[in-house]
Write a protein that binds this ligand. Structure first.
Ligand code: ARG
Length: 246
């Protein structure tokens, strides 16, 4: 009886041991339909954001792991502690700042309108009352809700929104410039507008972790200074463009 108890106790100790090892992992949460920041190379999640987070893990001496979920679930995953850091081309917004802490920004960017050349985009006023496709949970969605005061047509990914534009289910799509460029690549009938907003991407973490935030900020500053960040931007833009050619 007694030895059985010890065996169970010993097994429990082994299990706990494994758990501790896992907690040494730095887990990134993302939404991998957003080239060149994150996309799938076969089964593997790759892209600029993945490399930034891997660099943070290396600096901390922790093992690295990335997981993809719907974009609406990315920020909730760091709030609940399911993941350590969120990087998904996430725009810094006042609303999101209430729920998470943001690193220093690593890219200046914005959203654009994707349209058919047969139905040219002129200005934002023209969008009022039109069917507009967006990726769910994004600043493009917020733009339609708050600036145009209407409901958008929500998709799971920028590519899906883009497909709706091609099929005529929506008249315009609003998306971040890089996935928008990817959408119109090799599509002679489609074009993109100038920026309609000005935004910045940063890494998001659960509030109140000043040590982790400091490491992320140092990593981003170094990657910018060394030119490595720009190298990844060039490399993954090339790779995701080439995937579209296939
Ligand atoms: N920058 C936009 C936002 O923060 C869109 C990001 C979408 N990212 C993604 N991985 N799907 O709302």
């Amino acid at each position: 009886m007694k030895s059985k108890f010890f065996m169970v106790a010993a097994m429990a100790a082994i299990l706990v041991g494994c758990g501790e090892q896992n907690s040494n992992k730095l887990k990134m949460i993302t939404e991998a339909t957003f080239p060149p920041y994150e996309f799938l190379r076969g089964q593997e999640i790759v892209g600029i954001d993945v490399e930034i987070c891997r660099a943070v893990a290396n600096k901390l001496g922790r093992e690295f792991q990335a997981e993809t979920v719907d974009f609406d679930s990315v920020i909730p995953a760091v709030i609940s502690g399911k993941a350590d850091l969120a990087a998904a081309g996430i725009t810094v917004t006042e609303d999101r700042k209430k729920n998470v802490d943001f690193s220093i920004p690593y890219v200046k960017t914005g959203i654009v309108v994707i349209y058919k050349k047969s139905n040219p985009f002129k200005d934002v006023k023209q969008l009022k009352g039109k069917k507009i496709g967006v990726q769910s949970g994004t600043t493009s969605e917020t733009f339609v809700l708050e600036q145009l005061k209407q409901e958008p047509e929500r998709s799971k990914s920028p590519a899906e929104a883009c497909a709706s534009l091609k099929s005529g289910r929506v008249e315009f799509v609003i998306a971040d410039i890089d996935p928008a460029k990817n959408c119109v690549k090799g599509e002679p009938d489609l074009a993109i507008s100038d920026f309609i907003t000005s935004e910045e991407y940063a890494v998001a973490i659960k509030k109140g972790q000043s040590e982790l935030l400091k490491t992320i900020n140092e990593t981003i500053a170094e990657l910018k200074k060394s030119g490595q960040l720009q190298k990844w931007i060039d490399q993954f833009t090339k790779e995701s463009d080439a995937l579209k050619d296939k």
